[in-house]
Write a protein that binds this ligand. Structure first.
Ligand code: SF4
Ligand code: SF4
Length: 443
């Protein structure tokens, strides 16, 4: 009997007889059967096929169970998770579309970084979530709420869209609105939903406005015309809504003349750099840390007050692993007088996820049932272990997540969470950070 041919190769001939003598040992016939090709026909592959047949879901079928992903998956570190486990469950008949595992992945990309087979959860999870939503499967209520708010108000916090630029009133410097300016600008600053509405996001937005002003940047914002960028909504599975937001923002951008786009958040950076071009929106986009590094010499002159603070820096997944920017935030931190930077063991390419990506920002209550602690709690414990008194961030999702985690882990008063823009602004303005400063800025 010949081996079935595959991939165009000629297999060796397998044969079987009652007895074979191999190196003097008499083998009975059933031993010889191990040389036959075996076609597995006795298990149902429909649950795996349901994912691998989705556009984007194909690579789940490539997993060969090596387990390299498990060691780096941030959710497995606080729970029981990872691509290998999902592949095995699905292979054994678990429907991913009906499983809680569908919603736990934060699309942090650390598994893809180490996977020899390029099993891509950043494609698989949005595809599977989209299929679950389209099939009317139940989705976590808090996620549903964020979808509905984004659709209705243009921001996932459910805030009044007419108040999107209200934060600027307290900045202490003019923050021009593009529609009122009626002229081209060098920089269109896309502020984002959390810096526009969340009290601690507002603190960082005002700090960046003051920095732009001190640098003499010719900038403006969209104000009430700005909408949520849609990237986390896309990754959470609501592709239709994400597309609607994308098209609305592209239409607004097209009304104005500007040289470049500067964004506050890594998720917006990912959206404008990698997703909007597929919809016809092509921009010269920079994260604000990249933009400020271009003005480092002038910033050094402006930052006069030493902060006397040891900080550790959290790499946001969508700025670092997804888009390769590790240096700009560190360069800025090292340039601030009196700031000493210490690294957490998990940093740069292997940075730990805060739990906010891929829709995780709106899934903390849901995830609590399946993890020992929140990812943000784990990260704050890692920050405290370095001995740093400050946790420096540059993603608007993180300030609320980490400040909650500081309290939840009993580290209130021992660790302050500060956006890099806030630290630069404090050095420029002469404010001295203390464990209380994170609370002072709250409304
Ligand atoms: S690293 Fe890739 S191939 Fe290995 S178990 Fe994980 S998903 Fe499968
Ligand atoms: S993308 Fe991140 S959270 Fe999702 S499975 Fe991979 S390592 Fe885990």
């Amino acid at each position: 009997m010949a081996y079935k041919q595959s991939y165009g190769k000629q297999g060796p001939l397998a044969w079987e007889k009652d007895h074979a003598v191999v190196e003097g040992i008499d083998l009975p016939g059933h031993w010889n059967r191990m040389f036959e090709s075996r076609v597995i026909t006795d298990y149902d592959t429909s649950t795996l096929d349901a994912i691998t047949s989705l556009p984007g879901g194909e690579s789940l079928g490539w997993c060969y169970q090596c387990a390299k992903c498990i060691a780096v998956c941030p959710v497995d570190i606080v729970g029981d998770y990872g691509p290998r486990k999902i592949h095995r469950d699905v292979q054994r008949g678990v429907s991913l579309l009906d499983s809680h595992n569908l919603w736990l992945c934060t699309t942090c990309q650390n598994c893809l970084r180490v996977c020899p087979k390029e099993v891509d959860m950043i494609q698989i999870m949005p595809a599977a979530r989209q299929a679950a939503i389209e099939e009317g499967k139940p989705i976590p209520p808090e996620l549903q709420k964020a979808f509905e708010a984004s659709d209705r108000y243009g921001n996932p916090l459910g805030e009044n869209p007419r108040k999107r630029a209200d934060w600027a009133k307290g900045a202490g410097v003019p923050v021009p609105i593009l529609a009122q300016l009626k002229r081209p600008v060098d920089v269109l600053w896309y502020v984002g939903s959390y810096p526009s509405y969340h009290p601690r996001g507002i603190d960082a937005a005002r700090a960046l406005a003051r920095i732009f002003h001190a640098l003499g940047v010719d900038f403006a914002i969209l104000g009430v015309e700005e909408k949520e960028d849609g990237d986390s909504i896309r990754l959470a599975g609501e592709a239709g809504l994400a597309e609607k937001l994308t098209e609305a923002n592209i239409k607004t951008f097209s009304k104005y003349a500007f040289e470049r786009l500067v964004v506050f958040g890594p998720h917006e950076y990912n959206a404008f750099k990698n997703v909007y071009p597929k919809h016809g929106g092509r921009y010269d986009v920079s994260h604000y840390t990249q933009f400020l590094v271009e003005h480092l010499d002038r910033l050094r002159e402006l930052m006069k007050r030493p902060l006397e603070l040891t900080v550790t820096y959290h790499d946001p997944c969508y700025l670092s692993r997804h888009n390769g920017e590790y240096e700009a935030p560190r360069t800025l931190l090292k340039a601030i007088p009196g700031v000493r930077l210490v690294e957490m063991p998990r940093n740069r390419e292997n940075g730990y996820c805060c739990g906010g990506g891929g829709g995780g920002m709106w899934l903390d209550s849901f995830s609590r049932d399946y993890t020992k602690m929140r990812l943000s709690d784990k990260r704050v414990l890692e920050a405290v272990e370095t001995g740093a008194k400050g946790l420096a961030i540059c993603c608007p999702y993180e300030v609320s997540r980490f400040e909650d985690a500081v309290k939840a882990t009993g580290n209130d008063g021992r660790l302050v969470v500060r956006d890099i823009a806030e630290l630069i602004d404090e050095s420029m303005r002469g404010n001295s950070p203390s464990p209380d400063v994170g609370r002072v800025g709250r409304r």
